[in-house]
Ligand binder design. Structure first.
Ligand code: NAD
Ligand code: UGA
Length: 472
């Protein structure tokens, strides 16, 4: 069995960076080198301002950087030196060609795999860390074997990552489980044990699950699909709540107290975002279609369709409440990230909402504590619709705090559940005093106490709640 002493991680993104930084933090006897083709990203990892915001990440990186943790664009040198290589590159939804809009784009996985095959001069354990369609490991193995000479052997493992952004460091330090899939051959099982031994530096043995390769690959897609399905389920119920006077928080609590259901991931919202839920479900839908299982494909697709419906339903509610027009009105949007405690905006509900507001000729004032203005401009440009930054600039202002965004607004829309938007942290009386009247507030995150906010004078709409709540 290989005693892993040197790890290379290809891809210094939201997964590769934190995951391998934690390995370095917990395994001082292992040299960890994280590589990327993106020079700016690597420069940021080597600077005081890391390229991603994650609570606890700075402490981990600053503690080990330059000791047993390195960030570099010298991909080849890191491959040569490593016993074990994590492939942690992006696997976005394909934009063009076969399977466009559904299938995962595996070009980055293939690029990294080919590089390993070209450069390696000794045997390696190659680990899929990225989320990939079931049986991707087989393609990787074919590429590696076709390009390797007789004396070099490659073992492929699947070790999907389950961290959530905003809690990545906590999740990595104390994971519910670590999943390692391997081919059930003597060398496959031995490689599986080598990687398990890395995690055993800090993860209790009973949390390291070993399976075959294909179970591991599919479990990752399945876990994301099941989590997203719960959100779409509670969001579907939120529409019924609004129409009947049931309260979605009460329904979620009552259901969640059933130990078979559990309370997590039942928070209704304006819709799930993030780089993975939609992408991974679409990937599962595509896989099911390819396997000639159309009913299975339709079943999972509905989770994504319900999410789109929830976003559009919220926009419609805002427009209809504002007397069916938001033209020339100022809409303050609080939050742009896809969830709190991250600066990541990928697939954030805020993007869909704000694009719709712009189409309706509203002026949108945006505040988010962590998202860079440049990112917001990029996210709101849409080829063929809003082509240039100048056009975006006409329709939005990016504000330094919530008070500035809400000043002179006709409506405030809470899109991200940042703690600083809670009613004990933000002075809603001050916000109200500086708004046009009637002052509307739409809470897409169930963050506020409606009665308290109404008392100030706001006209309030909270997802999954209705003014009739509590009445006969
Ligand atoms: P990311 O886009 O933040 O990072 C990927 C990095 O890989 C980029 O910096 C890119 O430049 C680099 N890269 C691509 N090809 C390369 C190559 N050939 N050589 C060197 N570098 C290369 O993506 P991410 O969010 O870190 O996600 C990576 C994978 O992990 C995806 O498959 C995703 O589904 C999965 N995942 C993500 C999360 C998450 O919270 N973001 C959680 C679990 C799993
Ligand atoms: C999710 C999974 O939770 C991770 O296990 C997985 O590793 C990751 O995807 C991935 O593969 O990328 P992430 O997207 O970072 O993690 O964050 P989540 O906490 O899952 O939130 C996703 C979205 O759902 C956010 O927009 C969040 O606000 C929303 N959400 C979450 C709800 O609307 N309601 C909930 O009850 C929970």
């Amino acid at each position: 069995m290989v005693d892993v002493k040197s790890i290379c991680c290809i891809g210094a993104g939201y997964v590769g960076g934190p995951t391998c930084a934690v390995i370095a933090y917990k395994c001082h006897d292992i040299k960890v080198t994280i590589v990327d083709l993106n020079q700016a990203r690597i420069d940021a990892w080597n600077s005081d301002k890391l390229p991603i915001y994650e609570p606890g990440l700075e402490e981990v990186v600053f503690d080990r950087r330059g000791k047993n943790l390195f960030f570099t664009t010298d991909v080849d040198a890191a491959i040569l030196e490593a016993d074990l290589i994590f492939v942690s590159v992006n696997t976005p939804t394909k934009k063009t060609g076969m399977g466009a809009g559904m299938a995962a784009d595996l070009a980055y996985i293939e690029g990294a795999t080919r590089r390993i095959a070209e450069i390696a001069t000794s045997s390696k354990i190659v680990v899929e860390k990225s989320t990939v369609p079931c049986r991707t490991a087989e393609s990787m193995r074919t590429i590696l074997e076709a390009n390797s000479t007789g004396s070099i052997h490659f073992d492929i493992l699947s070790n999907p990552e389950f961290l959530a952004e905003g809690t990545a460091i906590k999740d990595l330090l104390n994971p519910d489980r670590v999943l390692i899939g391997a081919l059930q051959t003597p060398t496959g099982l031995s490689a599986q044990q080598s990687l398990a031994n890395v995690y055993k530096h800090w993860v209790p043995e009973d949390r390291v699950i070993t399976t075959n390769l294909w179970s591991s690959e599919l479990s990752k897609l399945a876990a994301n699909a099941l989590l997203a399905q719960r959100i779409s389920s509670i969001n579907a119920l939120s529409a019924i709540c609004e129409a009947t006077g049931a309260d979605v928080d009460e329904v979620a609590y009552a259901c969640g107290r059933d130990s078979r259901l559990g309370s997590k991931f039942l928070k209704a919202s304006v819709g799930f975002g993030g780089s993975c839920f939609q992408k991974d479900i679409l990937n599962l839908v595509y896989l099911s279609t390819q396997l000639n299982l159309p009913e299975v494909a339709d079943y999972w697709h509905q989770v994504v369709l319900m999410n789109e419906y929830q976003k559009k339903r919220f926009v419609r509610k805002i427009i209809s409440t504002l007397f069916n027009t938001i033209t020339n009105k100022r809409i303050a949007v609080l939050g742009f990230a896809f969830k709190k405690d991250t600066g990541d905006t990928r697939e954030s509900a805020a993007i869909t909402l704000i694009k719709d507001f712009i189409q309706e000729n509203a002026h949108v004032a945006i505040y988010d504590p962590k998202v860079e203005p440049e990112q917001i401009y990029m996210d709101l440009m849409e080829p063929g619709v809003v082509d240039t930054r100048k056009q975006v600039e006409k329709s939005i202002s990016i504000c330094g705090d919530a008070y500035e965004a809400c000043k002179g607004a006709d409506a405030v829309v809470i899109v991200t559940e940042w703690d600083e938007f809670k009613s004990d942290q933000l002075d809603y009386q001050r916000i109200y005093d500086n708004m046009h009247k009637p002052a509307f507030l739409f809470d897409g995150r169930l963050l506020l106490d409606a009665a308290q906010i109404r008392e100030i004078g706001f006209k309030v709409h909270i997802i999954g709640k209705n003014e009739l709540a509590g009445t006969a």
